[in-house]
Every structure is written in structure tokens, then in C-alpha cells.
Ligand binder design. Structure first.
Ligand code: ZN
Ligand code: ZN
Length: 249
């Protein structure tokens, strides 16, 4: 999202607002050569797919960079622990830089990511010793999501949790609310279609269950409108389409 991160200097494209119906689009600012990086942007929030995490695909909890080496990745995916990949020096995974949250043990690719997560949302979302407690509201929410949305996953409910947590932690809450709301530009009908697509035929009941669990885990008076049925549906539709600037992997 441009307001938070923006393209890097010399980027060959920039995000521009097109219309409230279309949202933003990417426009070339010069001729682009083959192989050239077109655009780089840091997501406002990102979150790993929950099934991927459950299946032990280890990624930085903040930037989603892989924590396993290319060889470990190939071994895990092929179920072959004896597999050896040539040229290990080409692998960019730097295990010596990895860091954990001392309270809940989620892992980051670097001290920078651990600090960035802590400053933006992790104080609210850190499960501490309750990490594996199935009765913790955040774990109940994730379990419900996994049971409604089997792989291949296209989104994660934890994106919404990170958005709420970001605002809970922020000093300038209005700035963040404005930043997130610029992604919400859909009509009620469009939102309902997205929710239907994501959750299947029983989507109304499923969405209401998610809203109740989400409220139990994260309710905040300042953000009360996000927890109403309409507000929650808008937020969910935004996350369901992986709005620009918001990412999953
Ligand atoms: Zn990272
Ligand atoms: Zn933690």
C-alpha cells in the first residue's frame, strides 16, 4: 500500500487510484526492460495460510520469508529426508539470523522482523504460554477458519486479526483506520458474493460464527463498527480478495 511503504526509488511502475469501483491500479512510469523489477512494496499486513503452517511449512511470522533451506523444503515436500540438493551455497536462508519471540516462540527471519512485528501487532496477538491451548479465543478462531476453508487456501482470518491488532497497538489509530478503509470499496452485493465464494453455501451462518469468535478474541470499543455484522462482512470481503497491500502465502 503506497501510503505505508510505497515503491522503491526508481520503480518502473506506480500505484494510482482509478475509481472507487476499480480501486487502485499499477501504471508503468517508463519503458520496462526484460528481467527488470517492476515494483516492490511491503504489505501493510501479511499472514501465512493456516494450513501451510499446520503442515510445517516454516516461514517468518512477519515477512513470510522461508525459514527452511531449499534442501529442507525439497525434503519435506518429497517426503525424502535423505535428499541432497547441489549448490547449498546458493540458498539464501540464513539460520544464524533467525530469532524467536521469547514468550510464544514464533520465529522470525531476523531481529528486524521480530521488532517490526512487536511494534505493529504482536503485543496484542502474542499467545505466550497459551500457544497450544485449544480453548484460547485466538486458537478457537483459527481452528474454525481451518474447518471452513480447506486447502487450497486463498486467504487467512489472521490477516483480519493483524489489522485489528495493528490499530489496537497504534498511537495514531485514525491514520491506520483510514489506510485500511481505502481498500474497502465494495457494494453489499459484491461483498456477499465474495463471502459466498470463500465459505460455500452455508456462508451466512459461517460468517456469523467467525464474527462471534473474532469478537471474543479481539473486540475493541474503538473499532466497534468492525465487529458489527456489516462491518465484519466488509472487512472479510477485503481480506477474501487479498486487497492490494495485504498478503498471504
Ligand atoms: Zn522476516
Ligand atoms: Zn510472541
Amino acid at each position: 500500500m503506497a501510503a505505508a511503504a510505497g515503491g522503491h526509488a526508481g520503480a518502473a511502475a506506480e500505484a494510482r487510484f482509478i475509481s472507487s469501483a476499480k480501486g487502485k491500479g499499477l501504471f508503468a512510469t517508463k519503458n520496462i526492460r526484460k528481467g527488470e523489477t517492476v515494483f516492490v512494496e511491503r504489505p501493510v499486513v501479511s499472514s501465512q495460510f493456516l494450513w501451510n503452517a499446520l503442515y510445517n511449512y516454516r516461514a517468518c511470522d512477519h515477512c513470510l520469508r522461508a525459514l527452511e533451506t531449499a534442501e529442507e523444503n525439497a525434503q519435506r515436500l518429497l517426503g525424502k529426508s535423505s535428499l541432497v540438493l547441489p549448490h547449498p551455497e546458493q540458498c539464501s536462508t540464513r539460520k544464524d539470523l533467525h530469532q524467536q519471540c521469547p514468550r510464544c516462540q514464533v520465529t522470525y527471519c531476523s531481529a528486524e522482523c521480530r521488532q517490526a512485528a512487536l511494534e505493529q501487532y504482536h503485543q496484542v496477538l502474542c499467545l505466550g504460554p497459551s500457544r497450544d491451548d485449544p480453548t484460547h479465543p485466538l486458537n478457537k478462531l483459527q481452528e474454525a477458519w481451518r474447518n471452513m476453508h480447506y486447502p487450497p487456501e486463498t486467504s487467512s482470518i489472521m490477516l483480519m486479526a493483524r489489522m485489528v491488532a495493528t490499530i489496537k497497538q497504534a498511537k495514531d489509530k485514525e491514520w491506520w483506520i483510514k489506510a485500511f478503509s481505502q481498500f474497502c470499496s465494495k457494494t453489499a452485493n459484491e461483498e456477499e458474493e465474495i463471502v459466498h465464494k470463500l465459505l460455500g453455501d452455508k456462508f451466512k451462518g459461517q460468517l456469523e460464527l467467525l464474527r462471534l469468535l473474532f469478537t471474543e478474541a479481539l473486540y475493541d470499543e474503538y473499532l466497534s463498527r468492525w465487529f458489527t455484522p456489516e462491518g465484519f462482512r466488509s472487512l472479510f470481503a477485503l481480506v477474501g480478495t487479498n486487497g492490494q497491500g495485504i498478503g498471504t502465502r
